[in-house]
Design a protein around this ligand. Structure first.
Ligand code: NDP
Ligand code: OXD
Length: 309
């Protein structure tokens, strides 16, 4: 039996080492060099080629190499019998909290403008709101969204959160489901997306939503590019409906050279680095799930195929 890694364009040697430092006896295959397809019982994937996973006759489970599992769920060839799991780790949470806080502070304290002003040698102070004057809304209150919302509330921002099921979070005004969306959006100055990509959440960052938040607000998207309707964002920025956008994820990555988001003062682009899975920090949970899959036990951090996350 073997554990297979499929992650095109990535150097997987650090993953192989991390798995072997947890258990040196695990046989590892790295796609496309596979000795015997029938030996593969567990796969760890990131952006795997579609219609590949159904060619392993004894595959029991697949883990995402990251927190999101949308790339696995969108593969219609993945047999129903194969369970899906993902990684969840304190490091992913910490990195996401840092990323969102950095973005919120940069927006609140106008650093986004000062950095541009440097290029023009412009000495021009701008007023800035205090945290308690700023309404920040977090879409998605899961492993990443909930601690992010709590941190912002702890720092004095007015925080609201939106999820599928009802939540109670200290210091955070929570809303749930489609019925709670409109109320949640009211008066938000900075809208943060930390939702999984599902049929319900695709294209959720659209013009209708932008019009419902505070005039000239900001959006921060660190979830998936497909949450955002690109042309609606450009329109909202050019019509002054939004003041700016801070984006870490894109429908096409790397963001193509000629994409309209580049070279705009009001769009901050980072190359999908908000929260990066580090092999040493998740190798033990991947090994644990590998062993669980072999023994027919329920996987940890299992993805609900029906809900899509
Ligand atoms: P979780 O599955 O832990 O949380 C998802 C949250 O979204 C839950 O609160 C869930 O509600 C809510 N949700 C799901 N569907 C809906 C819906 N239709 N309406 C309202 N709320 C909904 O995910 P994580 O927090 O671990 O990760 C979120 C996403 O962040 C990942 O899927 C990935 O795409 C992205 N990500 C990006 C990274 C980056 O570097 N840019 C790094 C890591 C992750 P409920 O609580 O009720 O279930
Ligand atoms: C993830 C990501 O889902 O990096 O882990 O986007």
């Amino acid at each position: 039996m073997s554990l297979l890694f499929i992650a095109p364009d990535r150097d997987l040697s650090s993953w192989e080492n991390a798995i072997h430092s947890v258990d040196p006896n695990i046989e590892i295959d790295i796609w496309p060099a596979i000795e015997d397809k029938s030996k593969v019982q567990f796969a760890v994937c990131w952006n795997h080629p579609q219609h590949l996973l159904d060619s392993f006759p004894n595959l029991k489970a697949v883990s995402s190499l990251g927190a999101g599992a949308d790339h696995l769920l969108s593969d219609e060839s993945l047999p129903e019998s194969v369970d899906i799991c993902r990684v969840v780790s304190p490091s992913l949470v910490q990195q996401m909290k840092e990323y969102i806080l950095a973005a919120v502070l940069n927006i609140q304290r106008n650093f986004v403008h000062y950095i541009r002003q440097n290029d023009q040698r412009t000495w021009q102070p701008h007023d800035h709101p205090s945290p308690k004057e700023l309404q920040v809304g977090v879409m998605g209150l899961g492993e990443l969204g909930k601690p992010t919302a709590k941190q912002l509330a702890h720092l004095g921002y007015q925080v609201s959160g939106w999820s599928r099921s009802t939540k109670e979070i200290d210091g955070v005004n929570t809303f749930a489901g489609p019925d709670g969306l409109q109320k949640f959006l009211e008066n938000i100055h900075i809208l943060i997306c930390l939702l999984p990509l599902t049929d319900e959440t695709k294209d959720i960052l659209n013009l209708d939503i932008f019009k419902q938040i505070h005039d000239r607000g900001w959006i921060i998207n660190a979830a998936r590019g497909e949450h955002l309707v690109d042309e609606d964002l450009i329109y909202a920025l050019d019509s002054n409906i939004l003041q700016g956008a801070w984006l870490d994820v894109f429908s096409e990555e790397p963001l193509p050279n000629k994409h309209a988001f580049w070279n705009r003062d009001n769009v901050i682009i980072t190359p999908h680095i908000a929260s990066i899975t580090k092999p040493d920090e998740v190798a033990d949970q991947i090994v644990e799930n590998y062993k669980r899959a072999l023994s027919g036990l329920e996987l940890n951090h299992k993805v609900n195929r029906e809900l899509g996350y």
